[in-house]
Write a protein that binds this ligand. Structure first.
Ligand code: GTP
Ligand code: MG
Length: 333
């Protein structure tokens, strides 16, 4: 009896905590809340991960007030350390999207691309980066039992390579209604790196309007950055801008519990004398931001080979797969 009471109380406490609004934070009135919303910050998490100077600029308040508000938001969210049980519980709501190939899923830990993470595929042209992106954009829509999350995909296309006809082909190959599948993929062409960055705010807006986005694809992550910052001495600026963007991407993945899949080109690395002399664009900055990083290349008999690079918790393995009419698969057609 006593125990039940206690449990009930705790449950209440939990649900109250999750209902806290941004205006419950001391110092954040409706006026400031509106300004924050306009900047894409809708909830306590958004506020809690801000820097005092950014909040001060955005809300037009002093830094001391901003710092207090952020600290209060963090307190209300209980950010910081959590015990193992809490951590496990948080991991429970991670969703997975099948790649269409069991071998590739296994390479990534068993179930494919996961939410709250960023998966990066880099490799030469024609290695299958875009084909995997298109396959994931269809598969995220599947119900959980079939390897999806019942969600929509956002496709940020920087190179104009998104092909609706190819989506149709993949969808029909799976016996799905191609029109419905296409409707669940929100495509935007990013014309330059600033536009590409701006589109992240748009995703926040869409989600606020109730769009169940579970996958964000950026194909390619680095092409605009590479083209725009090509001069001598511009590398540091490029890396700084890219770093900030990656940080915002991870924040989006974490706050919205969605998966991020990005593609990346390679360049020749003349310093490497053995093995495959290619390195990903963006170097360590992209590498550190990616939770899972796979290197794609052409394999034997028209197959593709994916290699997992530098994963903190998985062995450095390889997987063989095929690009077929139905998208990414374990076997040739
Ligand atoms: P870049 O964007 O140029 O850097 O390359 P990428 O890695 O994105 O290449 P992509 O994923 O577009 O792979 C293109 C390759 O996929 C083609 O060369 C084909 O081998 C294969 N492919 C594309 N569509 C089909 C298809 O309908 N059937 C089959 N069997 N293969 C396809
Ligand atoms: Mg491509």
């Amino acid at each position: 009896m006593v125990k039940e009471d206690k449990e009930e109380k705790e449950e209440k406490k939990g649900s109250e905590a999750s209902e806290n609004k941004i205006t419950d934070v001391p110092g954040i009135g409706p006026g400031i809340a509106a300004k924050l919303e306009a900047a894409g910050i809708y909830d306590l998490m958004g506020l809690a991960v801000m820097s005092p100077s950014a909040l001060s600029d955005m809300a037009g308040v002093g830094e001391a007030v901003a710092r207090k508000a952020i600290q209060a938001a963090r307190g209300m969210m209980k950010l910081g350390f959590m015990d193992g049980m809490e951590f496990a519980k948080r991991r429970e709501d991670v969703g997975y999207i099948t790649c269409g190939s069991v071998a590739l899923n296994n390479l990534l830990g068993g179930k494919g691309v996961e939410t709250r993470s960023m998966t990066e595929a880099y490799g030469a042209f024609g290695s299958g980066k875009t084909q995997l992106a298109l396959t994931l954009a269809v598969n995220v829509q599947l119900p959980k039992e079939q390897g999806g999350i019942n969600g929509k995909a956002v496709y940020i296309d920087t190179e104009g390579t998104f092909r609706p006809a190819r989506i149709r082909q993949i969808a029909e190959g799976m016996g799905a209604n191609a029109d419905k599948v296409l409707k669940n993929i929100l495509v935007a062409r990013a014309f330059n790196s600033d536009h590409q960055i701006l589109l992240l705010d748009k995703i926040n807006e869409l989600m606020k309007d109730g769009e169940p986005i579970k996958l964000v694809i950026i194909d390619s992550l680095t092409a605009h950055f590479r083209a725009e910052f090509s001069g001598r001495g511009q590398l540091a600026d490029r890396q700084q801008k890219l770093n900030r963007y990656l940080h915002d991407l991870m924040k989006l993945a974490e706050q919205r519990n969605l998966a991020i899949y990005v593609t990346n080109q390679v360049m020749a690395n003349p310093a490497m004398m053995f093995g495959d002399p290619t390195t990903a664009i963006g170097g360590n900055i992209v590498g550190h931001a990616s939770t899972y990083r796979i290197y794609l290349r052409r394999g034997k008999q028209g197959s593709r080979v994916a290699k997992l690079i530098d994963s903190p918790n998985l062995p450095e393995n390889e997987a063989q797969f095929w690009v077929t009419e139905k998208g990414v698969r374990d076997e040739e057609e």
